[in-house]
Design a protein around this ligand. Sequence first.
Ligand SMILES: [Zn+2]
Length: 909
Amino acid sequence: MTESLRFDENGLEMQDHEVMTMLSFWYVVDRRWFDQWKEFVETGDQNSTSFPGQIDNAELFEDLDSYHLKDRLVEDEDFVLVPAEAWHKLLAWYGIADDQPPLERKVVDLPSTLKVEVYPIEIFLCLHSNMENVITAKFSRTDSIRESVCGAMCQAFSVPPGSECRLWMKSSDSSCERLRNVHMSVLDACLSSGMTVIMETRNADGTWPSSRPQIMRNSVEEQDSYRGQPGVCGLTNLGNTCFMNSALQCLSNTPPLTEYFLQNSYVDELNFTNPLGMKGEIAEAYADVIKQMWSGRHYSVVPRVFKTKVGHFASQFLGYQQHDSQELLSFLLDGLHEDLNRVKNKEYIELRDADGRQDQEVAEEAWRNHLRRNDSVIVDTFHGLFKSTLVCPECHKVSVTFDPFCYLSVPLPVSKERVMEVFFVSLDPYAKPVQHRVVVPKAGKVSDLCSALSEMTSVPPTQMVVADVFNHRFYKIYNMGESLSAILDRDDIFVYELSVLEEQPEEQVLLALYLRERSHYRDYGSGGGSYGTSLFGHPLLLNVPRSSCSQEALYNLFLQRLANGSLSQTEPSCSGDANSADDIDPSEQSGGPAEADGSSEPPAEQPHKPTEEENEEDKQEEACSPSPPANEHPAKRRACHVRRKRLFSIQAVNSNGTTERGMGEGGTQPYVAIDWEPDMKKRFYNENEAEKYVKDPSMEVPQQHMTVQLQQCIELFTTVETLEEENPWYCPVCKKHQLATKKLDLWSLPEVLIIHLKRFSYTKFTREKLDSIVEFPLRDLDFSGFLLRKTLSSEEPPSRYDLIAVSNHYGGLRDGHYTTYAKNKDNGQWYYFDDSKVTYATEDQITSAAYVLFYQRQDKIRKPTLPAPNTGPASSTQTSNDTASCKDDEDDAGPSAAASASSITMETE
Ligand SMILES: [Zn+2]
């Protein structure tokens, strides 16, 4: 096996996703397990402590009963995909923990790409005649409605063959639509997880049961009478689509674009032949949504067709991962532009370098050239021009180009500090772990973390050791010199205080201690007939004199460390416990025979690994007090002439907490586990106490967010920067790639200026969200200072802008929620759009969460044609709670209960 493992090491290398073929299966594997396995294989040392143990996907599941995958797991961060062949080898070699089901996923042929479908669609199925009986079923996006969905329903509900059926689909917001074309795929029908498919069969008299109106009301039709302010209309969340809704609301409230669509100007400009476009489909789907939103007839619109079209042309927006409203905006502006490009045949234009010509001349030439290939309502509204100047560091060649832009991505000043939350475990066995919030240099080392913590705890950094705890074991024990960037914010970092020992450092052992519970049955599957074990509780790190690594010494040491309340308050008293009557042997003192159990061998090199026999012996012969000896009154101790079972036994294990392999070869970290018999654990180990921790006052101090001005961000955008290694510039003089300096300057600005605040910072090693508060003006944002071109004539439009819309992002990288503030073009009132809900907003609310800003140039802003609505306190909210969802509670409790439960996810975030 050893041989084959090494041999196959390369064979298991991840194949590129390009080799995915239809019909192939891939398997989801926990990324941490996979990393550990890779480390294990790379070291080439079969005994290394990185032995990964059984494949364990436990962290990927919501719970271990349903084995439901957690939402929004990210590939290469939470999990990796391995091809079937590799999976079967891994499974044969390592097995899988706790009988977890393999996560087999198939490759699906989506409209624009092949993709491993990590999350199949999960929908509810029921019959119209019995909506109480709902079953859950999973389908691939490529499954056909007719064969897969109908098939599954006919089978599950025993529908007589030959019955005439029709299907309805009900979304989480309870709108119900007929699913007319059963020849479509699940994807094209826009079925998404959480929806319910209802099947009805035709009555014998030829009527359909659903013609009785109370259930199959179409919520859209029902709202026909609604006549609200056009544009004040929510967008239903179709399952993690708040990012799309937010981008759509910003665009919908961009007056020139919306008027273009409402006046049907787009019809004549649809470009069906542009190979860069989407055959007009994106533009038409967008037009439909906008017309519905501005009809004044709906409280909320379901942008289902639009979403499908987006998914068709950009499959990255299909998945469950949290998407970025800016990414979608960028895709959409480009898609609408190409679909509406008035240039039918793009000519080839050779770009000329400035070659020392005047900026004005070069800029005009660049803009003319841009318009020769790109001419659309998007260009008219959103495109501007910036100047880019590159200077070669070697020959000082200066290259000037003028490039169009559709939005400005401006950087945020980055803090050089980082706030970390860690648990400090002190030596005091009665103290609970304390959660601290410390400020460390972002580019700092583990030692900086210890220094910061030292200031709060007065424990010297030299007496600390930092570890990443994961699944009751040490995922990694850090060295002081390691970079803090290796630690992610979501890692559980424990810092342990180490005792000061008199011994020389080389006479000390840093011992990693795990807690395990034995199962009742021998686990013959793992070979060797050892007991099956599972880890629990928090692991510990302690330094121990090499000389006291005997079983007995360790036992007492561990007992002392566990005193912190995790040992049950109802410890058995030393005498008269009926349960332990069998163990009583008055002739022996506590701890007596242990010295003779062979534990004097040097355990650090080869930590003592008791055989099964020895363990049995331990239990029968050894005597020991279950309460911490250190705290025991001598008299009481003397009186304790009882022998009882040990609370636990000690085993040498590997880093994974398993016993089979990796028994610390010289120099590597020793790991031991204390094994509890289930009944002993139940009696003496208080799991509730052990899980408790306290919060240091530093946790209560609200986190300080940096406040910056939008103008500072724009200045940063125009600051000289040096190109990065990954993205060098080819210098035509030196004839090689150079890390040139680059400077951007704004030349001309569009009517509507989109400013994207780069809150998300992705590097190879880190992903973070910058929570700085950006202060931006609501009106009179003056760009004249930022424009390179000084105003030449009085005909030039002024460079003053007013805010018209903001896309907000709340929350972290992955669990975020998007909403929008926007100003209605007709009545000048600000509204807050949160998926299907719309409420009045005031200008002072528009603040901290801003992510994308829409500004309109003042000379283009038209006065509102309607008076602002009365937003006095009495009527300060205009909720658009769709009537359908209210009534929904009254009728069909079955499917709606299930459906609305799943709809909560986005709305409540
Ligand atoms: Zn050069």
